[in-house]
Design a protein around this ligand. Structure first.
Ligand SMILES: [Zn+2]
Length: 152
């Protein structure tokens, strides 16, 4: 008999929070070490402070993004975590190409194995961007994109 270990919503939220706190600690470390070095006229100090701002930005973005990601990975009715392989299906409905990007509209369908609830919604994903400097397109693997849209 296979025992399926599923994460609870609480565990997933806690895990996301711990991750955010680690990122916050890295940000703060950059600022503290950067400030100490900057007072000694060290260029590395300035670089660390600039990196601190970048880390800080990513940390804030990740905090909000991971909360939404956790939320959509669980059934809104009973709180069961979706199993990506068995419970989630998606279909690429159409693509919109402009001069600098290609946006794909995907229909997501999440089926809860516990209570039977099915939720379907549309979501847009940028699957390719045109890099003017390089003069080439950078594509994103839509299969990987879908998988990362939910927590494991
Ligand atoms: Zn459910």
């Amino acid at each position: 008999m296979k025992i399926r270990q599923t994460k609870t919503l609480k565990q997933a939220k806690l895990q996301a929070l711990i991750f955010s706190l680690i990122m916050l600690a890295i940000t703060v470390t950059h600022f503290i070490v950067g400030s100490v070095l900057a007072t000694k006229n060290s260029l590395i100090g300035i670089i660390l402070i600039v990196m601190g701002f970048l880390w800080g930005g990513v940390t804030v973005w990740d905090f909000f993004y991971s909360r939404k990601r956790v939320k959509r990975s669980f059934c809104p009715a009973c709180g069961t975590k979706y199993d990506y392989v068995n419970d989630i299906s998606w279909d690429e409905m159409n693509q919109n190409a402009s001069a600098d990007k290609i946006v794909s509209e995907v229909r997501m369908e999440c089926h809860c194995p516990s209570c039977g609830r099915t939720d379907a919604y549309f979501q847009k994903f940028t699957i390719a961007r045109y890099d003017k400097n390089k003069g080439q397109w950078t594509r994103q693997d839509i299969v990987a994109l879908m998988r990362n849209y939910f927590i494991k």
